[in-house]
Design a protein around this ligand. Sequence first.
Ligand code: NAD
Length: 255
Amino acid sequence: STLLTDDVAVVTGGASGNGRAIARRFASEGADIVIADIQASPREGGEPTHELIEAETQSKATFVECDVTNADDLEAAIEAAEEFGGVTVMVNNAGIFHGEDFLEVDEDEFDRMMDINVKGVYFGAQAAAKRMIEADGGRIINLSSVAGLEGSGEFITYCGTKGAVRLLTYAMAARLGPDGVRVNAIHPGLIETTMTTDDYPIMGTDAEEDFLQAIPSRRAGQPEDVADAALYLASDLSDYVNGESLVVDGGMTNT
Ligand code: NAD
């Protein structure tokens, strides 16, 4: 439990779901944590992630109200990490999903999804990179999706945003590698969070069985599965892994 003892992680969207699991996992390995989210409490219910971390680990944790569509908010989240010694790991996790048909999506919905899923990743990475370059290194982890690897006719806008995250990750890795900053993406498949139980209900519906048939591991992923992948990319275990896409989908994509 000492993989991240010298680390300070900023996790956007860290109040809920995947971000919450990532923050808790990092804290269990010794990292101090800044939760940067529009809300402190998890969407799925429960106590605020930063409070839970302080109760269950030796790590320090704080919450910063941060809307990732606002670059100033992202700068403030990075600034908040100075209290713990400065950000060394940035997790651009905040994201939204929708199931509107291509023919129904209007400009406002398109812009909102691009702002959160793409612009948020871009300026989150930029704010972190400035600080990491000063400190001679760091790691940036961006949450894409299997929807950033393959097109789906059911959620076209989301695919577009997650494909953009994938290429931003590769391009940022090229730019920042010489400065000692590694940039990698995680591509989760079907993960049981409020996104897949409420926003776009798959879990607990007829669609769940179809998904499970397409997943060789025959189960939905849990946020902890994503968190373990993030831990690998955040730690020195992945020291020579840069500009990579780590798919965490129980085998769904390649089979
Ligand atoms: P979630 O809805 O459970 O959590 C998302 C978190 O982001 C929430 O805490 C929410 O408050 C926060 N958030 C939303 N808008 C924000 C904003 N503008 N600024 C700051 N924070 C904001 O979702 P999740 O399933 O945990 O998703 C996390 C990431 O994982 C997303 O990028 C998502 O696209 C990706 N992902 C999820 C799945 C899945 O099956 N759940 C699959 C692939 C990828």
